[in-house]
Structures are given as C-alpha cells and as structure tokens.
Design a binder for this molecule. Structure first.
Ligand SMILES: C[S@@+](CC[C@H](N)C(=O)[O-])C[C@H]1O[C@@H](n2cnc3c(N)ncnc32)[C@H](O)[C@@H]1O
Length: 280
C-alpha cells in the first residue's frame, strides 16, 4: 500500500524529511531530540536487546521500552506504530515466535527500506513493514492483539485520529503499550512551534490529562500513564541524562513519580497502557 501524498499535511512532510535524513545518516543524532540513542542503547534492560546486533540496537530513536510492558505472548499479532529502523519489531518478533507476527508501519521510505533490509539480515520471517500513516493505518479492523509504539504519537498532527485508528485496529480485549514523551502541564500554545522541536519529539507532546482524555474518547479503558522512571534511571546511570548535581538520583526519580505536583513544565518519557474493552 502506498501513501496518498495528498493526505499528508505539512507536519507529516517535515517529520518525514527529518527521519529520512536520520536514516540516511545512519542514526547520527538529531538536534533538540528527546528521543535519540547515539551510542549504547540504554532504553531497554540489557536482557531485552541481548543478541541483537549492535548496528540494529543502536539505530533507535525511541523514548523507552514499549515491548516489555506489552507482555507479548507466543502466537500474538503485534503492530508497531512508527517502526523506524525496526528494533521494537525485531524484539517483539522473538517474543511472539513463529506462530505470531509483527507488522511495523511507517511513512518514511528510508526507514522502511532499512527495517526491511535488517529483517532479511536477521532472517526474521514473522515481521513485515508496511508504508502508511498512523492516522490511516494500513491494517484491517479488529485484527491486532497488541499495539506498541516508541516515541511516535507525539509527532502526529492529529492525535485523536491516531487513537481512533488504534482502537479500530485492535481486537476486542486488545491492548496498547506505548512509550512517548508526555508533559506534566499543557505546553504553552505556540503560534508557530519550532519545526526542530516538533520533529525532536518535544513540541508535539500531549499533557498527561489530554492524553488520557483522548484515549478515553476513542473508547479505551484501564488507561495508565506513568513517568518511565526505569528508562530515565538507566539513562542517568549511563551518563546520557544528567541529574543536576545537587539532586540525588533517587530524589529526582521520586520527584518524577509525583510530576503533577511540580510547578516546572517537564516533557519526559512516559509509558502508556490501555485496553480496548471486550463486550463479551
Ligand atoms: C522518533 S522516530 C521513532 C522510530 C522507532 N519507533 C524507534 O523507536 O526507533 C519516529 C518514526 O515515526 C515515523 N512517523 C512519525 N509520524 C508518523 C505518522 N504520522 N505516520 C507514520 N509514521 C510516522 C517516522 O517516519 C519515524 O520513523
């Protein structure tokens, strides 16, 4: 399926250009990015990416690990929104096994090409990558057990449509596990958000309240939106994110757990889980 370019708005085009360049330059890190793993990938516990070749593991523009909270089971069908270089699909493919399958969707041709080449190199035949938009997912209704996504939904210019599409795609009882930068307060309304801030996964972030209410409007239940303190802790331990020296690691992580009480505006990686109710 090819994207009807007419359905892409200027934000899609800017994001596609940004991540096309990222793929062409083989992951050299983007400016102002809240989601970039230039060297060692500390987004995941080491056992999750164990055995994945370094060039695949380090090509990651995620904000956390959505695969572990997805608790995939053998035989399940998983859908990865904005699959990029394919890392989460490859991790998921090992977990759903030969009887399961994983579909990655992305709109950027360079990302699709890279993920398809790597799937072949890794000899994974239960993974496929489809070209498409999050706002018009190229999958049948009620066909997916689990949706994962890593640092992508914030980039969409039409998040309510993305949530509707996620709900449509899932089987009744299906679940989502998403990593995404989320803010603790509404972001100031920019008249013209800076393009690099949007593409770098900060300016498009939803607040926790809006995230929850839009998921609820789409029909999701059992919605949990929590700061991903595990990933942030791993990033601090590896020196990729630094706590101000006067703040102890545990104090900072504890503050982040109570992020709603902070006066300061923060956009940090969150884990979002929810289910599509099963009326049976
Ligand atoms: C920040 S990167 C994350 C890639 C991958 N999930 C990872 O963890 O490395 C965002 C990816 O989402 C894709 N993307 C962003 N918005 C999209 C949209 N509305 N529809 C389809 N793909 C989108 C981009 O092309 C890019 O590959």
């Amino acid at each position: 399926m090819t994207i009807n370019v007419k359905t892409k708005n200027p934000t899609h085009r800017a994001v596609q250009e940004h991540y096309g360049k990222y793929a062409r330059e083989a992951g050299s890190c983007c400016a102002n990015s809240a989601c970039c793993q230039e060297h060692q990938n500390t987004l995941y516990p080491s056992e999750v990416i164990e055995g994945i070749p370094d060039d695949v593991a380090s090509f990651s523009a995620g904000s956390g690990d959505p695969v572990s909270p997805a608790k995939l089971k053998p035989g399940e069908t998983a859908l990865d929104l904005g699959s990029g270089g394919g890392l989460d699909c490859f991790i998921a493919a090992r977990q759903v096994g030969g009887l399961g399958r994983v579909i990655g969707v992305d709109m950027t041709p360079e990302m699709l090409e890279r993920s398809r080449v790597k799937a072949t190199e890794l000899n994974l035949n239960n993974v496929e990558f489809r070209e498409g938009l999050l706002e018009a997912l190229p999958v049948e209704a009620n066909s997916i057990d689990v949706i994962i996504s890593n640092c992508v939904i914030n980039l969409s210019p039409d998040k309510p449509e993305v949530f509707k599409e996620m709900f449509r795609s899932l089987k009744p009882g299906g679940r989502i596990a998403v990593s995404d930068p989320v803010s603790n307060q509404p972001l100031p309304s920019y008249t013209a958000p800076k393009r690099e801030d949007w593409c770098g996964c900060t300016a498009g972030a939803l607040s926790r309240q809006v995230y929850a209410s839009e998921l609820e409007k789409a029909g999701f239940e059992d919605i949990h939106i929590e700061v991903d303190t595990e990933t942030i802790g791993r990033m601090m331990d590896s020196g990729q994110t630094q706590a101000p020296e006067s703040i102890l690691r545990e104090q900072l992580l504890d503050d982040l757990k109570h992020i709603n009480n902070l006066d300061r505006l923060l956009v940090v990686p969150h884990l979002i889980t929810a289910i599509k109710p099963n009326p049976m």
